[in-house]
Design a protein around this ligand. Structure first.
Ligand code: GLU
Length: 306
């Protein structure tokens, strides 16, 4: 059985690797974050919460938001349309913000690389970025069980003023007929959804819902269609850790999604949700201490699916 002591040992082990990582410097506001934060939270499917370290420190959700936006887009447009016409479901092996395959392939490889996530953002219903964001915020609050979740205005403005690479992706996608609607409205929504403040506890709660086939572990309320939850877990496993997804599957072996804010959300089906936070990143953009925590837990507790 997983004990508090084991979780503590996992975090202590992860701490040894922080010195090798760096915060996400390409977003000026993220570069200022103290890289020595580290914490992990586990939410069991009976609703129990176990946590150690910096689990209540807010950080921006970044790419982990792509789980929630994809769920919304699937419910607005249907999985068939989305995965047939708009984004693929294959890993790329390229960095998350890569532009290289857009010219040779009509649609982005998967919904978690930036090109795919910006496309998905354009498919969410709402007359403008404010309406889309309001829907996103309501959903993320519900699925994390935290009504206090809100936008980090400083990170949003920092991303918006420096996000030229994402702007380039979006305009290219619009020119290819993939991105729908107004490009600037779509980007504004995308920058906002990435800049929502969450904690390790919040993302552990969301992961527990995914692990519980879409039902909230404590209330039983269905928040995500079971088929969507299944698709999301599959995509997390194959594409959730950027171009480090294959190695993560080999060394850790369960579905997870990381963000450059330092979070990792992991969903162990029928078992638990895990949320970790450690803003020091490896060269692929994944939390360096966070990965080590998950690796430790996977080995100690035999969590590896394979
Ligand atoms: N907002 C970030 C970007 O678009 C998200 C990247 C990430 O967390 O992978 O660059």
């Amino acid at each position: 059985m997983l004990t508090q002591e084991c979780l503590q040992d996992a975090v202590k082990y992860g701490e040894c690797f922080i010195k090798f990582g760096k915060t996400a410097e390409y977003i000026p506001e993220l570069a200022r974050v103290n890289k020595y934060h580290l914490g992990a939270c586990i939410v069991g499917l009976d609703g129990t919460v176990m946590e150690y370290g910096d689990t209540r420190t807010p950080f921006t959700i970044q790419s982990i938001s792509k789980l929630a936006s994809l769920i919304l887009a699937i419910s607005d447009r249907g999985a068939d349309y989305l995965f047939h016409d708009k984004v693929g479901v294959e890993p790329t092996g390229d960095p998350f913000n890569s532009i290289i395959k857009l010219e040779t392939k009509t649609k982005p490889f998967n919904p978690f690389i930036n090109a795919g996530a910006i496309t998905v953002a354009s498919c969410i219903d709402g007359k403008d970025s404010d309406e889309k964001f309001e829907r996103f915020l309501q959903f993320i609050r519900k699925v994390c069980g935290n009504e206090e979740i809100a936008l980090n205005e400083a990170v949003y403005l920092s991303e918006k003023s420096t996000g030229d690479r994402n702007r380039a992706l979006a305009y290219y996608l619009k020119a290819s007929g993939i991105l729908e609607g107004n490009v600037e409205e779509c980007l504004d929504f995308y920058f906002k959804m990435c800049s929502v403040n969450v904690t390790a506890v919040d993302i552990a709660q969301m992961s527990a819902v995914l692990a519980n086939h879409g039902a909230c572990p404590s209330t039983g309320e269905v928040l995500i269609e079971p088929e969507s939850a299944k698709a999301i877990r599959a995509l997390m496993l194959t594409c959730g850790m950027y171009d480090g997804s294959g190695e993560f599957a080999m060394t850790v072996g369960f579905p997870a999604k990381s963000g450059v804010g330092g979070g990792i959300a992991a969903a162990l089906v029928d078992r638990m949700g895990i949320g970790v936070f450690g803003p020091a990143l490896d060269e692929k953009g994944n939390s360096i201490g966070g990965i080590k925590i998950l690796e430790y837990l996977s080995k100690k507790m035999d969590f590896n699916l394979f």
